[in-house]
Design a protein around this ligand. Structure first.
Ligand code: ADP
Length: 296
């Protein structure tokens, strides 16, 4: 396993940022670490990279115990922190040379990294002269200079325009062919575009750990229905296969996990309860709906 996290908890005073998280990643997997703000994503990433220590649990990266040997572990990890700290006054190449020197990396690596992340035409410029998308590339180049086998990217696409988004996603996908990548985001489409697996967390707990292909082929149906009378959540008990119930204004958003079409069942249900259906529609089942359902 490239990453093995077992029962990790982290407290910031009374605030429980992580609450017994366990997951693993195989070599060559791109994992989307998804969750609302404050879910604990950055905290988990800082623990994985050895920048902070958990109160409880074990973390192995490339079989190295990060808590016991953080320096050794960091040799196998490339990390792009959330706000991509760069020295804006430095030239791109100069900054990478500086990083190579600090981390005792062979300078020959610099040119190949510049090429790999598509910075060849920008490498002579000062970092502040670059667009946000190219600055992200500098951050990624710095993260892969020492040729790590695991890449940890904390919200690498935040603040990018749509074209830059596509380019950075493509770059991450390419890097993922040789490396294990864990990337945090709160955009489901991003996960859909580049990841093999998704880990959804909320309030420091993992709510879902699943491969994208399984998620995409699930039998979720979302039906929005408006009845003529007010009813409560409990009234839906007779309906089978119902995985979530949400109310939006007067309408109910019902998510079913079933192979058969649930609309006729809903009509039978209404008849039995002496309700009249005023409106009924189905919502496109997609990962965005699923994310809202899981984290909502
Ligand atoms: P995410 O990256 O998913 O947005 P974080 O890991 O940044 O979430 O934060 C998880 C929780 O821990 C949040 O409630 C946040 O306010 C809290 N937190 C994060 N860092 C600190 C810190 N240094 N001190 C106190 N609380 C923190």
């Amino acid at each position: 396993m490239s990453i093995q996290v077992t029962s990790v908890s982290k407290l910031y005073k009374e605030q429980k940022a992580l609450n017994g998280i366990s997951f693993s990643a195989k070599k060559g997997e791109i994992i989307g670490f998804l969750g609302p703000n404050g879910a604990g994503k950055s905290t988990m990433m800082k623990i994985l990279t050895g920048f902070i220590t958990p109160n409880f649990g074990d973390v192995l990266v490339d079989e190295i115990d990060v808590l016991q040997n953080p320096i050794e572990a960091q040799k196998t990890i490339g990390y792009l922190p959330e706000h991509n700290p760069l020295y804006a006054e430095m030239y791109v190449r100069e900054y990478l040379q500086f990083r190579a020197q600090i981390f005792k990396v062979d300078k020959k690596q610099i040119e190949s990294c510049i090429e790999k992340v598509g910075l060849t035409d920008e490498a002579h410029k000062k970092i502040y002269q670059l667009s946000k998308g190219y600055q992200q590339r500098v951050g990624i180049a710095a993260a892969i200079l020492h040729n790590p086998s695991v890449l940890i990217l904390d919200e690498p696409t935040t603040g990018l325009d749509p074209n830059q988004l596509v380019e950075i996603r493509k770059l991450i996908k390419d890097l993922g062919k040789q490396k294990t990548v864990l990337l945090s985001t709160h955009i489901m489409q991003e996960v859909e575009a580049i990841c093999d697996r998704v880990l959804i967390i909320k309030k420091g707990r993992i709510l879902k750990d699943q491969s994208l292909s399984i998620l995409k082929n699930s039998n979720l149906q979302v039906i929005v229905v408006l009845f003529d009378k007010i009813i409560s959540d409990n009234d839906f008990k007779p309906l089978f296969n119902l995985t979530s119930i949400q109310k939006e204004n007067e309408s109910w958003i019902l998510t079913f996990d079933a192979k058969e079409d649930m609309r006729p069942k809903l009509f039978d249900f209404a008849k039995e309860k002496e309700l009249k259906i005023l409106e009924l529609s189905t919502q496109q089942k997609n990962l965005e709906t699923l994310f809202r359902e899981i984290t909502g």
